[in-house]
Design a protein around this ligand. Structure first.
Ligand code: KIV
Ligand code: ZN
Length: 532
């Protein structure tokens, strides 16, 4: 066994709440939120730096890609405990251990559905399931001295049976007991009561950390998690931006800030540096392809915006009139200082650093060229423009098999709209002219003619980055081919160009996904599975 860090036992510091982030596991499970290997490494590094106690880095047996990502995150992590998920069988647990064992502080998280509906799936009766829990937790504990166990769908499990299985898991060596509200069914009072009841009635409960894992189907995930803390839980499982299956998970930024702002009535603290919230929120939005809704608490674009005259007047006199926290508390700089075409490299570097991007010299050179091109087309470059530019730049971690070289579109009231496109496909430049129902359709048809594929466009969204007619547009697309879902995002002052770049980015990612699921196939050829 390695030198492993034990979780903080609840009795050591009763007011300390551990933050367990599952953006890379439960968050990534959300259809369409798939991240690349490098994106996962980047997010894990940001989570580690911001003081997240435990990072659930993936589900190692789910795929080779997940295994590799968890392994590398484990090797690189500096302070966070690195956790992997495993079902209740030895094969899953062994595979999980193979990946997390490289961490300074590894954790195995094993789970089984304990509610009547979930027991029916493996067709185990109560006694058989109890035995399986005993055997698998014992096995995990023989490999790793930091073991988390979860009775999936705990909030719909019979109380007596829940008590029984929690006791078995504790006796078998689990060090954290997580109580998942898998389908977002519970409500705050019940959430607190379940944890309190378990702590008061299960022998050995005071020796372990109780965790809460809430889904947001009824919009109560944050409230339920905070209530669970009042009931005695000392670990909150959450994701950045509340990413996750269906309506998502408890949002990390919400619980962290709620515990800070209302410390008077919830006297608990976390180890998270809240000033890093905005940056990681933006990165997760970009790499997952799940944009943050404008009115999302803490991290939404409007979370600190005051539109109405009465609010603005109050804010100018005293910011506390309408603000319960300051933008800078979550890493949002107060001003959106404008840059322009006369701004130099040093100013750009300083501004990007303020926004959370630290660039090496060669990266700064690349970004500076892009910044100058943007500043030539736009009078003023705002913070949001720079963020969009950086999203574009950092989103290029995937090999660019396809690249737009030239695009001219004819559009207007007279149909048909048409696109003249030169696109590099591998080593070859292809020139295509195509028509469509509107300029974007014409461009997508041209790309498809140059590179036939069978992917379906599921989502196409355009957002203005800032205001004004010279504003950049950010375009997001989501595409699907044989169950593989990919996203692409790009920004440009020309909406059609941004659309073309986003579409091509998604296709480049699709090639990576094809290769992963079909390693021996020539995934870049036109005839791949009769594409097109
Ligand atoms: O929601 C859930 O039950 C889960 C478990 C795997 C912990 O994500
Ligand atoms: Zn979950």
């Amino acid at each position: 066994m390695t030198d492993q860090t034990k979780p903080v036992p609840p009795q050591a510091d009763k007011s300390r709440v551990l933050i367990f982030d599952t953006t890379l596991r439960d968050g990534e499970q959300s259809p369409g939120a798939t991240m690349t290997h490098n994106e996962k490494l980047e997010i894990a590094e940001l989570l580690d730096e911001m003081g997240v106690d435990i990072i659930e880095a993936g589900f190692p047996i789910a795929s080779e890609g997940d295994f590799e990502a968890v392994t590398e995150i484990a090797q690189r992590a500096k302070s966070s405990v690195i956790c992997g998920l495993a079902r209740a069988n030895f094969k899953d647990i062994d595979r999980c251990w193979e990946a997390v064992k490289h961490a300074k502080s590894p954790r195995i998280h094993t789970f089984i559905g304990t509610s009547p509906l979930h027991r029916a799936i493996p067709n185990l009766d109560m006694d058989e399931m109890a035995e399986r829990i005993h055997d698998t937790v014992t096995h995990a504990r023989n490999l790793c001295d930091n073991v988390q166990w979860s009775p999936m769908d705990a909030t719909r499990t019979e109380t007596d049976y829940l008590k029984r299985v929690v006791e078995i898991a504790i006796k078998a060596g689990a060090t954290t007991i997580n109580i998942p509200d898998t389908v977002g069914y519970t409500a705050p009072r019940e959430s607190a009561d379940i944890i309190r009841m378990l702590i008061e009635s299960v022998p050995g409960a005071d020796e372990v950390v109780f965790a809460t894992h809430c889904h947001n189907d009824l919009g109560m995930a944050t409230a339920n998690a905070l209530a669970a803390v009042e009931g005695g839980a000392r670990q909150i499982e959450c994701t950045i931006n509340g990413l996750g299956e269906r309506a998502g998970n408890t949002a990390l930024e919400e619980v962290v800030m709620a515990l800070k702002v209302r410390h008077d009535i919830m006297p608990y603290h976390t180890g998270v540096d809240a000033t890093k919230i905005m940056h990681i929120s933006r990165r997760v939005a970009t790499v997952s392809g799940f944009a943050v809704q404008y009115n999302k608490a803490i991290v939404g674009k409007n979370a600190f915006a005051h539109e109405s005259g009465i609010h603005q007047d109050g804010m100018l006199k005293n910011a506390e009139t309408f603000e319960i926290m300051r933008p800078e508390d979550v890493g949002l700089s107060e001003t959106s200082i404008v840059m322009g075409k006369h701004s130099g490299r040093a100013a750009l570097r300083a501004k990007l650093k303020e926004l959370g991007y630290e660039l090496a010299d060669n990266q700064l050179n690349d970004v500076f060229v892009r910044f100058k091109a943007l500043a030539d087309r736009k009078k003023e470059v705002f913070e949001d423009d720079l963020i969009a530019l950086m999203r574009d730049y950092t989103g290029q971690d995937v090999e660019e098999h396809l690249e737009i070289k030239f695009l001219r579109v004819i559009c207007g009231t007279e149909a048909p709209q048409s696109a003249d496109l030169t696109i590099r496909v591998g080593e070859e430049d292809r020139q295509i002219t195509a028509q469509g129902d509107g300029p974007v359709d014409a461009v997508f048809n041209a790309v498809k003619e140059a590179f036939p594929h069978g992917a379906r466009l599921n989502v196409y969204q355009v957002h203005a980055v800032t205001e004004g007619t010279d504003a950049q547009a950010t375009v997001s697309v989501r595409m699907e081919e044989d169950g593989r879902i990919v996203t692409g995002e790009a920004a440009d002052t020309d909406t059609v160009v941004a659309s073309a770049k986003a579409y091509v980015k998604a296709l480049n990612r699709l090639l990576v996904r094809r290769q992963k699921s079909d390693p021996d196939a020539d995934v870049k050829t036109v005839s791949y599975k009769d594409a097109g």
